[in-house]
Design a binder for this molecule. Structure first.
Ligand SMILES: Cc1cc2nc3c(=O)[nH]c(=O)nc-3n(C[C@H](O)[C@H](O)[C@H](O)COP(=O)(O)OP(=O)(O)OC[C@H]3O[C@@H](n4cnc5c(N)ncnc54)[C@H](O)[C@@H]3O)c2cc1C
Length: 220
């Protein structure tokens, strides 16, 4: 599903007889995606970036043969990126390839604890029991609740601008409108983790294939 068109710009300015220009500040993924969508609609777009390279939080640093992501490690909603290439008449696979991993990432703590996040929810729940001694049914409950929140919030907040009348009138919008607390708006992820899993740990993750660029199979 594509994002709605920006309706507030005319594609052709009848006063000046010129295609309107758009300036975008910031060449992070948000600025770049917006630029691509506007170019595909025929706008003339300039993107201004204060850093020496585009990418924003997607940037990386390389040192001693290692590659470090400065921001995202999980490629969420790849269909959104595919959509941008399609808009420009390009094939994503001509530029880069990706595949779904069985083992998504590895979580680690300062005390040496390591936890492999399997893409399969049951495998993940058993790994959580092995490493963190949390019963699988608790992890499953936690994941189901996360899925429930995602299913409620995504149609409203992720897949379209918010708030729009259309979003508010949708079934998800009406459900949240009747009971906004259903989304736990004032609960942080850390607090929820503590409450649901009774293990006060904060996490950082390392994407397994990219953490050690030269010897991926030997990542700790
Ligand atoms: C540690 C971390 C982990 C994450 N993990 C994930 C993940 O696993 N999966 C996922 O999907 N998302 C993840 N995210 C979120 C994701 O990285 C961001 O949502 C996304 O990159 C934000 O893109 P953006 O374009 O909105 O902002 P940014 O990437 O912040 O881009 C803003 C750009 O604007 C530029 N800029 C700012 N002010 C000016 C100015 N005045 N003039 C010119 N340029 C300017 C900045 O230099 C920057 O390049 C993570 C984020 C972090 C920090």
């Amino acid at each position: 599903m594509g994002l709605p068109s920006p309706v507030f710009f005319p594609i052709f300015d009848s006063m000046t007889q010129q295609t309107p220009k758009v300036a975008i500040i910031g060449a992070g993924i948000g600025g770049l995606a917006t630029a691509i969508r506007l170019v595909a609609k025929g706008f003339v777009v300039d993107v201004f970036e204060k850093e020496s390279q585009p990418g924003g939080k997607l940037m990386e640093i390389r040192k001693d043969g290692f590659r470090f992501d400065l921001g995202p490690s999980l490629f969420t909603q790849p269909e959104r990126v595919e959509e941008l290439f399609t808009l420009m008449g390009e094939r994503t696979s001509d530029h880069f390839r990706y595949r779904r991993l069985t083992n998504i990432c590895r979580y680690f703590w300062p005390d040496g604890t390591r936890l492999n996040a399997d893409a399969d929810p049951d495998e993940f729940a058993y790994e959580v029991r092995r490493v963190l001694h949390i019963e699988p049914h608790k992890t499953s409950q936690y994941l189901n609740q996360a899925q429930r929140l995602y299913d409620l919030a995504a149609p409203l907040l992720l897949n379209r601008p918010f708030p729009t009348v259309e979003a508010l009138m949708s079934p998800a919008g009406q459900k949240i409108g009747r009971n906004p607390w259903i989304l736990d708006p004032f609960v942080t992820l850390h607090h929820r983790n503590q409450k649901s899993l009774l293990r006060p740990v904060r996490v950082r993750s390392s994407p397994i294939p990219s953490a050690r660029e030269q010897r991926p199979s030997a990542s700790p």
